[in-house]
Design a protein around this ligand. Structure first.
Ligand SMILES: CC(C)(COP(=O)(O)OP(=O)(O)OC[C@H]1O[C@@H](n2cnc3c(N)ncnc32)[C@H](O)[C@@H]1OP(=O)(O)O)[C@@H](O)C(=O)NCCC(=O)NCCS
Length: 144
């Protein structure tokens, strides 16, 4: 069933990805708002950075650092009280870096069980050693 919000005419709902892992769920609060009353994009970016780090950190079993955000699209506004679900998949494993695609889906507070895709980002993390220098990633047979 389509979702409508009093201040949002867009109604495109979607299904959750089956080829990605749920790495974070969080509900934004009023303190996270911008001047429009929607959730501040910088807050969403911080959550995506945290969520995106989960799979690379698990893969390398060590320290990682965010080196680049090569795509960040805010498709629909995030509202106070939305239940946000962050799904991540590994897109590429390089010599020292892992790139993930993170998709964020919102359930509006009165439309739970219906999902709106609000954000998508591609983020690259680098495995680093104790001196903060890039470290070669040991490839595993079971992952991308
Ligand atoms: C991450 C860091 C250690 C990388 O050091 P570096 O000397 O720049 O490393 P390199 O140029 O050898 O690149 C390392 C990897 O990152 C990748 N990379 C670098 N810039 C990139 C970009 N703009 N987009 C995608 N990948 C990038 C490289 O392709 C390489 O990957 P590969 O080995 O898999 O091919 C260093 O840049 C750093 O400390 N940055 C600050 C990290 C940080 O504080 N992040 C928090 C955000 S404030």
């Amino acid at each position: 069933m389509p979702v409508t919000h009093p201040n949002d005419s867009r109604t495109t709902t979607t299904t959750l990805p089956t080829d990605a892992e749920l790495v974070l769920k969080v509900i934004p609060m009023p303190a996270d708002c911008n001047a429009n009353g929607d959730i501040f994009g910088g807050w969403v970016m911080a959550q995506v950075d945290l969520a995106g780090a989960v799979l690379p950190a698990r893969y390398v079993q060590g320290r990682i650092a965010t080196v680049a955000v090569n795509e960040f699209v805010f498709k629909q506004p995030v509202k106070v009280g939305d239940i946000l679900s962050f799904f991540s998949r590994i897109a590429r494993i390089g010599n020292t870096s892992i790139t993930v695609t993170v998709e964020v889906f919102a359930e509006r507070i009165r439309q739970q069980g219906s999902y709106l895709k609000v954000t998508q980002a591609n983020i690259t993390y680098v495995a680093i050693d104790d001196n903060g220098q890039p470290k070669t990633i040991e490839r595993k047979a079971s992952a991308a």
